[in-house]
Design a protein around this ligand. Structure first.
Ligand code: GLU
Length: 378
């Protein structure tokens, strides 16, 4: 943990607002929504465009469905989200509308971020909205998401959104002041550079309407940092909080990204490592494992000993897979250049045999090193 430093105002920020801020105890906090809309409009005037990630759909829908507290059953929560999402959007639409600003609803599932084509599409949509001066308001598409395609929590979604739009800052506004020191004074830690060490300060801190907690916020901060964005956790109920964070004032807990802009190739690898869900596993021999880990080499068909798709239909070109040693240890993640059934046919063979076996060849590698990230170095 280091001293606070000067933080340049970002030109683009993702602001995530938790359920406990927007709809504490399941009631839409209209004044808070109005105030935050004010602060986002002010931020835009001062040169920071904002993508909003708003939780609260489930919380806003509880009352309408007759639930007094958060139900345990997923289908009940999904139904609540279906009721609450339009109420939530109405509140934001009205609040921004009164300030002359249009908003857009963008509902995402993990699949939208996992698949390169949809990812690119989502990126284009968000960029277009921002260019047109509209505030995009993202939430998870809760009423259709099920386990396999669920992002799980909006902290994670907001970090992925920061990567998606290339934001310089992720602000997570929640019902806590920041990360508190465990033991000692219990004071808020101003700046964290070592997230692993910061995890020792996490205690069970879920609110009754919130979904995440400090642990998911630290995960999100870590993902954001790896994608080159600073992250800040601060209390959303404090008036003026967003302006203060954007001006780089010491408020909440800040997780500065490593200095310097990340090259595009690194951002891409971080995206592979953190955003995309693996569709299967490639097991490799010791020689290939060494070449990947020690030399940063591409994965050749020769080194593959088994192909284990997650789904019966196998995986396609461009799918993300985990690369494991025979012992089961995961050493890398990457995007494959061949389909799973093709890899099964060429594994164990030299690259110059690919054409003879398949009748065609795309490239010499099963995973090119530009599409491969060794996970123990992430
Ligand atoms: N998407 C959920 C909602 O809007 C919240 C998920 C979260 O806060 O992490 O209610």
């Amino acid at each position: 943990m280091t001293e606070a430093r000067a933080n340049p105002r970002p030109s683009l920020a993702v602001v995530k607002i938790g359920s406990a801020v927007v709809a504490p105890g399941g009631r839409l906090a209209v004044e808070t929504v109005q105030r935050l809309a004010d602060e986002i409009v002010a931020a835009r005037r001062s040169g920071t465009r904002v993508v909003l990630v708003s939780s609260g759909a489930v919380a806003c829908g509880l009352e309408g469905l007759g639930f007094e507290r958060m139900p345990a059953k997923i289908s009940d929560r999904q139904a609540a989200a279906a009721v609450g999402q339009p109420l939530l959007m109405r509140a934001w639409t009205d609040a921004f509308g009164e300030r002359g600003v249009a908003v857009a609803q963008v509902l995402l599932t993990a699949d939208d971020i996992d698949f390169r084509a949809r990812f690119v599409n989502a990126h284009r949509t968000l960029t277009t909205l921002l260019e047109r001066g509209v505030v995009p308001i993202i939430n998870e598409n809760d009423s259709v998401s099920f386990d396999e395609i669920k992002l799980g929590d909006n902290d994670r979604l907001s970090a992925l959104a920061a990567g998606l739009v290339g934001a310089g800052l992720l602000v997570m506004l929640s019902s806590v002041d920041g990360l508190h020191e465990q033991g000692g004074s219990g004071a808020v830690i101003g700046e964290v550079s070592d997230i692993a060490a910061a995890r020792t300060h996490v205690s069970g801190d879920r609110t009754s309407t919130g979904v995440g907690g400090m642990a998911t916020k630290l995960d999100a901060a870590e993902t954001a940092r790896l994608m080159g964005a600073d992250a800040v956790i601060a209390r959303g109920e404090q008036p003026g909080v967003l302006g203060r964070v954007l001006r780089g004032e010491a408020v909440g807990t800040r997780f500065p990204a490593p200095a310097g802009d990340l090259p595009a190739s690194t951002r891409r690898k971080q995206w592979i490592a953190h955003s995309i869900r693996p569709r299967g596993v490639l097991v490799v021999d010791d020689g290939a494992a060494r070449a990947l880990c020690e030399k940063g080499a591409s994965l050749l068909p020769k080194g593959v000993v088994a192909v284990e798709p997650n789904e019966a239909g196998g995986f396609g070109i461009g799918a993300a897979v985990e690369v494991r040693r025979r012992s089961g240890e995961t050493i890398a993640k990457g995007l494959v250049a061949y389909r799973s059934d093709e890899i099964e046919r060429i594994m164990g063979r030299r690259s110059d045999e690919i054409e003879r076996v398949l009748g065609y060849t795309y490239c010499d590698d099963v995973i090119h090193r530009d599409d491969l990230i060794v996970t123990d170095r992430v």
